[in-house]
Design a protein around this ligand. Structure first.
Ligand code: NCD
Length: 316
């Protein structure tokens, strides 16, 4: 059966653990200049139907590191601007013999639809407000590097949960791996189906941050909002901005995270964003290595293949 990376919700803890372990190992090997297995005969299509900076570059870097060939695709300049449907576009790419697709789309579920018609692995690079699995894997690797574990940690996810695929994928991952998740924000930015998400709700920043090990801020997603959800950006910042000062409420060695793009002075103040506790740049870098792991994994490989590769290298 073809493996996809469509979301974290559908993964079990063993698969998440294996992806994280592989991501950490690829990182060590890339940084130390040690050999790792590659996928040189495969071609991956990068389908970005929505804007992206870090996700797109991280997927491209990961693909290059692991030896994949890359074909870029955007709606502008393609037959989709002539009205071709998503299904027909995916079928076209299939018969042009692409082996995997990375896909970002504003519609939740679009990568799952693509997976039905494509035939090979599909990796979700963010679909609507649904999931962003590779982001969550990179964030988890970043936490593990500092804390040595996920289990038992208290993670406060602060801000626009309603529109955030990052929040959803992180919440699923963290809770499956034994962390305690809190969602912190105004009622209007927490989804009405909150009870279906794994975590507790805090409407007040002080109680949400109380003794938290990790404070994960989310961007206010103005492009997905209809007017009226927050009375003003200034009002949001006054009540929910994470600052060097209010981080006093969290655990003394708490970590500060943000998936980017960051609205400085809205979700985080400069001191908190650029301070010692901030892992924002680590999140970006680790995004590459978990995506290498994701490519390796969706093509059917796992930890034992890495070990086999090492045995063969030692013999050669
Ligand atoms: C996020 C996204 O696009 O979902 N960014 C990212 O991929 N790192 C978050 C956002 O847009 O706020």
């Amino acid at each position: 059966m073809t493996r996809h990376l469509l979301g974290i919700r559908s993964l079990d803890a063993d698969s998440i653990g294996e992806l994280l372990r592989l991501g950490g190992e690829f990182k060590r090997r890339v940084l130390d200049g040690r050999p790792f297995p590659a996928l040189p005969t495969k071609t991956v299509g990068m389908l970005f139907f929505e804007d992206s900076t870090r996700t797109r570059v991280a997927f491209e870097q990961a693909a290059k590191y692991i030896g994949l060939n890359i074909v870029n695709f955007t709606t502008r300049g393609s037959s989709m601007s002539k009205g071709e449907s998503l299904k027909d576009t995916i079928l076209t790419l299939r018969y042009e013999r692409l082996n995997a697709l990375v896909m970002r789309h504003r519609q939740s579920g679009a990568p799952r639809l693509a997976a039905r018609f494509f035939g090979g692995p599909v990796l979700n690079a963010g679909d609507g407000a649904h999931e962003h699995p590779a982001q969550a894997l990179g964030d988890a690797l970043t936490i593990i590097e500092r804390k040595g574990r996920l289990e038992g940690l208290v993670v406060a996810i602060v801000g626009d949960v309603q529109h955030s695929r990052v929040a959803r994928s992180n919440a699923w991952l963290l809770s499956k791996m034994g962390a305690e998740v809190r969602f912190v924000g105004p009622k209007t930015l927490l989804p009405s189906h909150m009870a279906l998400l794994p975590g507790r709700v805090h409407y007040d920043l002080a109680s949400g941050l109380d003794n938290a090990d990790v404070v994960m801020c989310l961007r206010l997603q103005k492009e997905r909002m209809f007017d009226g959800l927050v009375s003003s950006v200034a009002e949001y910042a006054r009540l929910y901005q994470v600052t060097q000062q209010n981080l006093e409420w969290a655990a003394p060695d708490c970590l500060v995270m943000h998936p980017g793009p960051l609205n400085r002075g809205v979700e985080l103040d400069d001191e908190a964003a650029d301070g010692d506790r901030s892992l924002i740049t680590n999140q970006i870098e680790n995004g590459i290595f978990v995506r290498m792991a994701a490519f390796y994994w969706v093509f059917g490989h796992g930890w034992h293949d890495l070990e086999r590769f090492d045995r063969e290298e030692a013999r050669a």
